[in-house]
Structures are given as C-alpha cells and as structure tokens.
Design a protein around this ligand. Structure first.
Ligand code: AMP
Ligand code: MG
Length: 327
C-alpha cells in the first residue's frame, strides 16, 4: 500500500510518500520564511496554496511513481492554524474524490510519535515534542498517547522565534539563536520555570526582552543562556516523565529537536539513567509529510477510511484526544 501524506499545520507544506512496510519513498517540503517579522496566517496559507501542486509533483517524481499509484491519502487534521490546515484538507479531499482513493485525517502530534518509532526502532518511548507551537512530553499509556507534561503558555520554538524577532534576527529564530549561542561565553542567570512536568516561557520572554533592551548584555551571551536554561527545563521534564512512567527510551521530535545542544543535554540525561536515546534525522524532526503518510497507513489498517464528513479540520485536537487503535 502506497500512501501520500500532506502536512500543512503551520509554516511547512510537506508531502511524504510511504509504503506499507514504512519505507520512505519521498519526503519533500517547502517552508514559509521571512527575513524580518513572523508568520501571518493568511500569508502562510497563500504560500501553501502557491506551492502545493509543485510539491506533490516533486514528491511523485522522487518516488518514481505516478499519481495513479497512490492507494491511500492522508492529511494532518490538527492541531494547527486553521487557514493553513484548510489548504491540506481541501487538497486531499479533492485528490481523494478525483482519484477515488480512501482518505484519512491524522493528528500531527501523534504523527511525530509514530515516525520517531518507525525510524529509530524505539519500542515504547517517551517523546519530547519540542516544536514551534507545541512543547509536550508524551507517552503511550492505556490506549492513548498521554500528555504527561507540557508548556503552560507558548511552545519553546515560538518562544525562541519571538525573542529572535524582537532582537531583529528574522524567522525561524531557533537556528539563528543556536549560531549565536556558539559565540556566547558568559552564562546569565534567567528565570527557570518547571512545575511538575510542565514548563512555561512567558515570564522568561519578558525577562530576556528587558535584558536585551537594557544594552548591558551581549546578544551571544543571551542566546547561550537562553538555550542552557530552556533546554535544561525540557531535559528535566523528560526525565521526570521517564521516571514516572518507568519507560527506558527517549525520542525527540519537533523542529527545536534539531538543536545540537538540546540533543546533547538529553543524551547525557539518558546515559546517566541507563536509558536509550534516539534522534531521527532532521528532515523527520521538523514538520513533514512522511509522518502524516505513515500514521495514515497505521490508522487506515486499524480503522479503514474516514467518511468525508469526518475529514473536517481539528485545529485544537490534542494527542490525548485520539484513541489509539493501531498499537
Ligand atoms: P516545527 O514546528 O516542528 O516545524 O519546528 C519549527 C521550530 O523549530 C521553529 O520555532 C524554529 O525556530 C525551531 N528550530 C528549527 N531548528 C532549530 C534549531 N537548530 N535550534 C532551535 N530551534 C530550531
Ligand atoms: Mg510539528
């Protein structure tokens, strides 16, 4: 079975093509970026509309197949930005009707979990999902991927992007903060907010904006200290979730998980507690169509196709809203 999956929850329009055994045939994407300022939903949706056709064509070419070879279509149903989700859901409905192929909608956060398992062979991991809009520690318990800890306000990526925008670094800010952090030498103590297995970034954002405006700190030192602080918070809640659930594997997901310093901290934490640590390749950490295609296959095998009226967007759907029928 060959599945074409479409991701469009936020800045990325991605198309993945996967076969029934989990072999990735193509993973192509275009991401909305700016030199200055952040994401404006209608502009991102226009970007996706502009590129969707070309990205599907490129994916089919990479996979060496034609559109008629597609046997299943899946799309990210949520959580995400309504205007962006609309592009993927509309396009896949049209494709499904035109090609007369089954359609399934899948949850984006659950897709990060499943692609991590597929690519790393982790069996029953805790997932640290650190992305733009989402920051959660998720693991399977009793029929669902349960959220053990999460941000109480914004996602860690949005926090990094907001600070970067404020400091005039452009979007996405995470990689720019990383580059500058390598030149930082002095650690500046910043607010560290962990509550049980939850974290929060709002107070920290206000604090670092004030510090930036004061002109008393080097931007490199601020970037270095921001990373040391927020990644320690994420490693701490991941460890607490592992201790709480008794699980012995940690998998990373989400664009912020591309960060080498976050990977290093999590790797040390896992080594110290005798756990295994897994990081999929960057192209599968960031939002991608492949994880949507793979979860589409898993869900279709367990539940069959969705009815058209079930393929509405679900901008607020959480990982723990989804009944897991395929594990
Ligand atoms: P996602 O929403 O999962 O596609 O991830 C996008 C987020 O990842 C954005 O907030 C980026 O700033 C962030 N990001 C990407 N690469 C890095 C990196 N190397 N370090 C930190 N954040 C990153
Ligand atoms: Mg994501």
């Amino acid at each position: 079975m060959i599945c074409l999956g479409i991701e469009s929850t936020a800045h990325t329009f991605g198309v993945g093509i996967v076969d029934g055994k989990g072999k990735v045939l193509a993973n192509v994407k275009r991401a909305f970026t700016t030199k200055k300022g952040g994401m404006v939903p209608f502009q991102v949706a226009e970007h996706h509309t502009d590129v969707c056709d070309a990205v599907v064509k490129e994916a089919l070419e990479k996979a060496g197949i034609g559109i008629k070879d597609i046997e299943l279509i899946s799309f990210s149903q949520g959580p995400g930005i309504g205007q962006c989700l609309r592009v993927g859901s509309f396009m896949t409905r049209v494709l499904s009707l035109k090609l007369k192929k089954p359609l399934v909608g899948v949850n984006h956060a659950v897709a990060h979990q499943e692609i991590g398992k597929l690519l790393t062979k982790a069996k029953d991991p805790v997932l640290l999902y650190a992305s733009g809009a989402n920051t959660q520690v998720i693991a399977y318990e009793a029929g669902k991927y349960r959220v053990f800890g999460e941000t109480l306000d914004q996602g860690v990526g949005n926090f990094l992007d907001s600070f970067a925008r404020f400091a005039g670094l452009g979007f996405p800010g995470g990689p720019k903060i990383y580059e500058l952090s390598l030149k930082g030498k002095n650690f500046i103590e910043l607010p560290y907010t962990v509550k049980g297995m939850d974290v929060s970034f709002g107070g920290l954002l206000t604090n670092v904006k004030h510090k930036f405006n004061s002109g008393r700190y080097k931007l490199e030192d601020l970037c270095f200290s921001i990373q040391e602080t927020v990644f320690a918070m994420l490693a701490e809640i991941s460890e607490r979730a592992m201790a709480h659930t008794g699980k012995k594997e940690l998998v990373l997901g989400g664009g912020v998980a591309c960060n080498k310093r976050l990977q290093e901290m999590c790797s040390i934490m896992c080594e110290e507690r005798g756990a295994k640590f897994f990081v999929p390749a960057n192209e599968f950490l960031v939002d991608n169509g492949t994880m949507i295609a793979w979860l589409g296959i898993l869900k279709y095998k367990a539940e069959g196709a969705a009815k058209l009226k079930e393929t509405i967007m679900r901008p607020y759907e959480r990982a723990d809203d989804v009944k897991v029928t395929w594990v």
